[in-house]
Design a protein around this ligand. Structure first.
Ligand code: SF4
Length: 905
């Protein structure tokens, strides 16, 4: 029987379901569920006998031969392929399915061969009845397929197994009492129908009902890009729901659901449209699956810092001892660990932690060793039982006890974990039925297999069902939205064989079932919306299906955004409000915001008004404020920044791998310069320009000593990085010889890394600073010139920036040092005559003031004193208002927690 319209189809299916003597067969279980629901929901009876419907697969299975042999499954196919390719003689005999130059590719090839095994019979059939298609296959491929068929047949026969896909239907296999009246709906989209019709005799008690779209007009709506297409669809569905349409009346089908899924879920959430994606995710997308995958990755990547980081810092896992793991990674970063090694003496983690002087590293080393042993035993397991055992041991070591229970029916993660363990035991059964005693890389096979499975959670919330293309064949809803219908994504080709170049099967018209499915979808709904976009989410361009091009049925669509934000912008632009109906989720958000974010905060420390006194906390109970140049700089850049750092003690914690630790390099450079000038002092008292050649030897010795020690320290980065640091900075440092000669010829180094502090009782401030170097020059008249120097690895400032010091100091550092030296009794030095930064990168001094510029120096010190008073006053009053600016916020560590950064445009 041929059905031409939505009404005819529904009427016929319902008539069939009404008929107690008839069994209705639908293409899939999904279609069975759809029609059963539809009938129960809309028919007068409201009830249906469970044996009046059947899925095509179940129906067909009654026509297949039965015996005492067991069917193979994906695990068995994969194990067979793995062992076959692992055998050097068999592998050498293959021409297409081997890569002799890449022996490590066996794992991937095994997966391809496993997917080919069920199709070997089809290739044979192709050879017999479709000679032309068969001849299109490369000769090496045909030869390998024949070899594989012989080996596979042999393997199955020896183990009393059978390949379900090789069985052919026959009436002779029917069990007694099966004969009833069967009506097969939509046989054109039933998998294996063609083969079924080739049976020598098709019983008369089977009748068919096909859907025919020849009288249906359809068009393809084409959008500029897939986001527009998706949003237009969501809007249309939203309108339908607003008019009271039932979820069950709407179905969404997507050409490539895997690609669309994240966008679909995101947009649906924003629009408050409840979608129920019928297809499950791979268990690897859930934490328990990821747990197994990470074990394999950590081992495959030799315990590299990156692999360890992504596993041990994964916040989704119920870690037993997350702190130890975090500490281990932090130490790994600090010690520049690259990767582990089976040999403890070559294992970066073990070597560096063992050599470290930090006390807590010993504990981390013990933990790491235990972790390594457990991971290695999971990976080394060659049979499923020992793999399962090793997994339990690792789980007990890493995870909170009882966090993922191993029984189905617990929370989602427990269920997924139970599912993974069930798959593992299935793997064990498969290994046993294959008769293999050991299998290499079992965990990797298991993870690969998990990646191909779909986990479907039991309690899926109700919503509009979303299917992949072809999965929804046989459904006939009121509204069907077919999205992403590009030629590529809805193409259906039989005889699509793995590892065969696409043009070979794509151009074979006999294998093309694209039109057949499209015709089916075109007629199977009251309203069918078929759409695609010219640009995909991946930003590649897509082509329209040829049917629409041939029938001149393409409609270009212009997308007009109509979400809340766009409407609000339009309302502002037009200076007039337009009515907007918020959906349920938007109303919820608004209500919540009215009670939280829209209210002024009780304590807004970022606001420039007194909130509460922070003075006591700033003084840490000492009665005075301890102030350094960095604290002052930070406060005057932005008080909020200072409060975050000094008051709240928030520090930037980074888990990023750095190939070059700039702070550590800075410390090394300071040490080299201190050593060098110490030697100069011992050698000649004052620096003499004419002795530069001799000084060069001293400097080289200091550079060598410090970098050699660094290269052997536990925190040393890889050898090449150490070499780079030594070469680059070794060269740059030499420039100080001439710069020193020009600037401080005749000066003696008075002290290095000198810590000074002085209490200013009047302002309740304890000023402190650590000065890189103080120099003095004694004059014949008994007077003395004092100079201070601060080394900078890279210095971006300039002397000019200090010319307008009255408007603000670029840095309080040198004026603060000058003030400390002047006021401190411990040095007994006078006023600082010269203050300069030394840029190691540029190899030159940048003096901020020099001899005879007392006015400039005193001016800067006066500004510093003003700032001290101002800061004390602000803290006493509790004023910490943020002062956002492009400059201050650009590299601020607290951007992520600061609301004021939004003030920047
Ligand atoms: S982001 Fe800007 S405003 Fe916020 S604390 Fe940092 S510097 Fe201040």
């Amino acid at each position: 029987m041929i059905l031409y319209s939505y009404g005819d189809i529904r009427a016929m299916v319902h008539r069939s379901l009404d008929d107690a003597s008839m069994v209705s067969v639908f293409p899939t279980e999904t279609a069975v569920r759809f029609w059963t629901n539809d009938y129960v929901r809309t028919s007068e009876k409201g009830i249906l006998r469970h044996d009046s419907t059947m899925a095509w697969d179940t129906f067909r299975s009654h026509f297949l031969p039965t015996g005492d042999a067991a069917p193979v499954n994906g695990f068995i196919r994969h194990l067979f392929a793995l062992h076959l390719l692992g055998d050097p003689d068999t592998a050498a005999s293959l021409q297409w399915f081997r890569h002799p130059t890449f022996p490590e590719s066996v794992g991937n090839l095994a997966s391809t061969v496993a997917s080919l095994l069920p199709k070997l019979q089809e290739i044979e059939r192709m050879r017999l009845v479709k000679g032309e298609s068969y001849d299109r296959l490369p000769l090496a491929y045909r030869n390998d397929a024949a070899r594989l068929q012989v080996a596979y047949g042999d393997f199955l026969a020896k183990r009393n197994l059978f390949e379900p896909r090789y069985l052919l239907p026959s009436v002779g296999n029917l069990p007694s009492g099966f004969e009833r009246n069967y009506r097969i709906f939509f046989p054109e989209v039933c998998d294996g129908w063609e083969e079924f019709t080739l049976m020598s005799h098709v019983p008369a008690w089977i009748e068919t009902c096909s859907a025919d779209a020849s009288k249906t007009e359809s068009s393809l709506q084409v959008y500029e890009n897939e986001l527009m297409e998706l949003r237009a669809c969501m809007r249309r569905i939203g309108e339908l729901l607003d008019t009271g349409q039932d979820f069950a009346d709407i179905v969404v089908t997507v050409g490539n659901l895997e690609r669309w899924r994240p966008y679909l879920e995101h947009e649906a959430l924003l629009c408050d449209i409840p979608l129920a994606i019928v297809e499950g995710l791979s268990p690897l997308q859930y934490p328990p699956g990821r747990f197994f995958q990470s074990i394999q990755e950590v081992h495959a990547q030799s315990f590299s810092l990156d692999a360890m980081k992504s596993f041990l810092l994964d916040p989704r896992m119920p870690w037993k001892d997350a702190k130890v793991q975090r500490d281990l990674i932090l130490r790994g970063l600090e010690l520049s660990v690259v990767q582990g090694n089976p040999n403890p003496r070559k294992d970066d983690w073990q070597v560096k932690l063992a050599r470290s002087l930090v006390k807590t590293d010993a504990q981390l080393l013990i933990w790491y060793k235990a972790f390594k042993v457990r991971i290695s035993s999971v990976v080394a397991a060659k049979d499923a039982e020992s793999l399962m055992q090793a997994v339990y041991v690792l789980q007990e070591f890493l995870l909170e006890t009882g966090s993922w229970s191993e029984t189905e029916g617990g929370d989602l993660h427990s269920s997924v974990y139970a599912y993974c363990l069930h798959q593992l035991s299935e793997l064990g059964k498969a290994v046993r039925s294959c008769g293999f005693t050991t299998t290499q890389a079992l965990v990797s096979l298991f993870v690969q297999f998990l990646g191909k499975q779909q986990y479907i959670p039991r309690d899926r919330p109700p919503g509009i069902p979303v299917f992949s293309y072809t999965v929804s064949a046989g459904l006939c809803p009121r509204y069907h939205f077919l999205l992403g219908c590009t030629q590529e994504d809805i193409g259906q080709h039989t005889d699509q064989l793995p590892l065969v170049p696409e043009p070979i099967w794509r151009d074979d018209a006999a294998n093309d079932r694209t039109g057949l499915f499209l015709d089916h979808y075109r007629v199977m709904a009251r309203q069918v919306h078929i759409s695609m976009a010219q640009a995909t989410f991946g930003n590649s361009s897509a082509l329209a299906p040829s049917w629409f091009v041939d029938h001149d049925a393409i409609e270009m669509q212009r997308y007009v955004p109509a979400d809340a934000r766009t409407r609000e912008q339009a309302a502002w632009a037009a200076a007039g409000a337009t009515p907007f109906k918020a959906n349920a989720m938007q109303s919820r958000w608004f209500d919540q915001a009215c009670r939280t974010a829209f209210l002024p905060p009780r304590f807004d420390m970022a606001d420039n008004k007194a909130v509460f006194s922070v003075w006591d906390r700033s003084c840490k109970g000492e009665g005075h404020l301890s102030l350094s140049a960095t604290a002052l700089d930070m406060f005057f850049a932005c008080p909020m920044k200072w409060a975050s750092s000094y008051l709240l003690h928030l520090g930037k914690g980074t888990f990023d791998t750095v190939s070059l630790d700039h702070a550590a390099v800075g410390i090394l450079l300071h040490e080299i310069l201190a050593r060098f000038f110490q030697r100069v002092r011992e050698e000649s008292g004052v620096f003499r320009k004419e002795l530069v050649d001799r000084y060069e030897v001293l400097l080289s010795a200091s550079i060598d000593e410090v970098f050699t020690r660094f290269a052997h320290s536990p925190q040393a980065p890889v050898h090449t990085t150490v070499q780079y640091i030594a070469e680059r900075y070794g060269t740059e440092l030499k420039a100080i010889l001439n710069a020193e000669g020009d600037m401080f010829d005749g000066f003696a180094s008075w002290g290095f890394e000198i810590s000074l502090e002085h209490l200013y009782a009047q302002s309740d401030c304890l000023l402190n600073g650590r000065i890189d170097r103080i120099l003095v020059q004694d004059h014949a008249d008994g007077t003395q010139t004092v100079a201070v120097v601060d080394y900078k690895k890279t210095y971006r400032g300039s002397r000019k920036a200090y010319d307008n010091y009255a408007q603000g100091l670029p840095s309080h550092q040198l004026p603060l040092y000058a003030k400390l030296i002047r006021d401190s009794d411990s040095t007994e030095l006078g006023q600082v005559g010269t203050a300069a930064f030394y840029s190691i990168e540029k190899g030159k001094y940048i003096p901020i003031w020099e001899e005879s510029q007392e006015e400039r120096r005193d001016g800067m010190i006066a500004i510093l004193e003003e700032h001290m008073l101002h800061m004390v006053d602000a803290l006493r009053q509790g004023r910490l208002g943020a002062t956002p600016s492009k400059q201050a916020c650009a590299n601020c560590d607290y951007r992520q927690i600061c609301r004021r950064r939004y003030a920047l445009v």
